[in-house]
Design a protein around this ligand. Structure first.
Ligand SMILES: [Mn+2]
Length: 357
């Protein structure tokens, strides 16, 4: 995915910057979690900065060839091991000087560091938190493949969770069954704490699993995801244990809302139209006041990425975006219900990466 660096270089030239300092989007640019920082010159080869501890990992996993390691203290080195004994900041300054940079962009979180860099290397530094997010919104073929793999694993996890749902089991047991399956299927971890929220927990949209046992007459929201080479998936289903008609109705509404939202997903569509279409179904059924969140979000190396699906979204869906559509209704005492799938925007419409069972 060296094309991530190519894409960034194009943006740098457009904005008249001669380098970008990434402190947050390091995995996206370098292909490894070992990078502490990545410097991408508009013209020239990128540099990966890492601690000595992670030098081998950075070289093995990443695609950036120029890897520079730091160690804050002096220590004996292995034959051939090249390490600068200094603060990481010093390595950054050396690189910026080497490139002769005069206009540097950087991503979120670098303010304090940049204040110090500025004192050591005079240049104009511009915080550009949106730049990397903008690049990340459109997924490459390779990224889609990884997201698809993560999505498939999530579907398997969900199937296992569904099979383990029974009165008397704890939420944690159900979550564990799903996670075990996903681990064995190749997931590197979970992008968030697996949610298995039953009864009174089900109407808390972000409750995670507890030791609470599942009981009759409860709704159970299971929200889970997998990670494949850093790319994550996200999927939610709602189960019912001897439900009332009203509870079943709740599930039916979120499913219908989701179908309505997904039907709007295509290249060129306003993101807020997808939100509106899903939300309208909930409003028509009288549950608008129990619907506190957006109808979905982008997914990539992070679980929540732009574009966010909300009534005030400014984004337009573009081919290559991967989003979730996840209407939810949370009614105290009755129960919570949410239905979530991942959708890829394609040239002609859409493709579901997770599917309705
Ligand atoms: Mn989600």
């Amino acid at each position: 995915m060296r094309e991530h660096i190519r894409k960034l270089k194009v943006e740098l030239v457009k904005r008249g910057l001669d380098a970008f300092l990434a402190l947050q989007n390091t995995r996206y640019l370098a292909g490894t979690t070992a990078a502490k920082a990545v410097i991408v010159p508009a013209d020239g080869a990128p540099v990966l900065i890492c601690s000595r501890l992670e030098l081998d990992q950075a070289k093995r996993e990443g695609w950036i060839r120029d890897v520079r390691a730091f160690s804050r203290w002096r220590a004996p080195l292995r034959p051939g091991e090249r390490v600068s004994f200094c603060e990481p900041r010093q390595l950054l300054v050396d690189c910026l000087r080497e490139f002769g940079t005069r206009a540097v962009g950087y991503d979120r979180g670098g303010r304090e560091l940049v204040r110090k860099l500025r004192a050591a290397h005079a240049a104009s530094y511009r915080e550009l938190p949106e730049l990397m997010l903008k690049l990340r919104k459109i997924k490459s073929k390779e990224e889609v493949t990884l997201l698809q793999r993560a999505a498939k694993i999530a579907m398997n996890g969900m199937r296992c969770a569904a099979e383990s749902v029974a009165v008397g089991r704890t939420e944690l047991e159900v979550a564990a069954e799903a996670e075990r399956e996903m681990r064995i299927a190749g997931s590197e971890g979970t992008p968030f704490s697996t949610i298995a929220a039953s009864g009174r927990n089900s109407w808390l949209p972000h409750a995670s699993a507890t030791r609470k046992r599942l009981k009759r007459g409860e709704l159970l929201v299971i929200d889970l995801g997998a990670i494949c080479e850093g790319y994550v998936s996200d999927m939610t289903r709602t189960f019912a244990l001897s439900p009332t008609k009203k509870q079943l109705k709740l599930i039916e509404i979120v499913k219908r809302a989701q179908t309505s939202g997904i039907a709007r997903v295509r290249d060129g569509m306003k993101v807020r139209e997808v939100d509106r279409a899903a939300r309208a179904v909930i409003s028509r059924s009288g549950y608008a006041k129990y619907c506190p969140h957006g109808m979905g979000h982008g997914v990539g190396t992070e679980i929540h990425e732009p574009p966010g699906l909300a009534p005030d979204s400014k984004d337009i869906l573009r081919k290559g975006m991967v989003i979730t559509v996840e209407p939810g209704i949370y009614v105290p005492r009755l129960g919570g219900a949410r239905w979530e799938d991942m959708v890829l925007v394609t040239k002609d419409r859409r493709k579901l990466l997770t599917k309705q069972p």
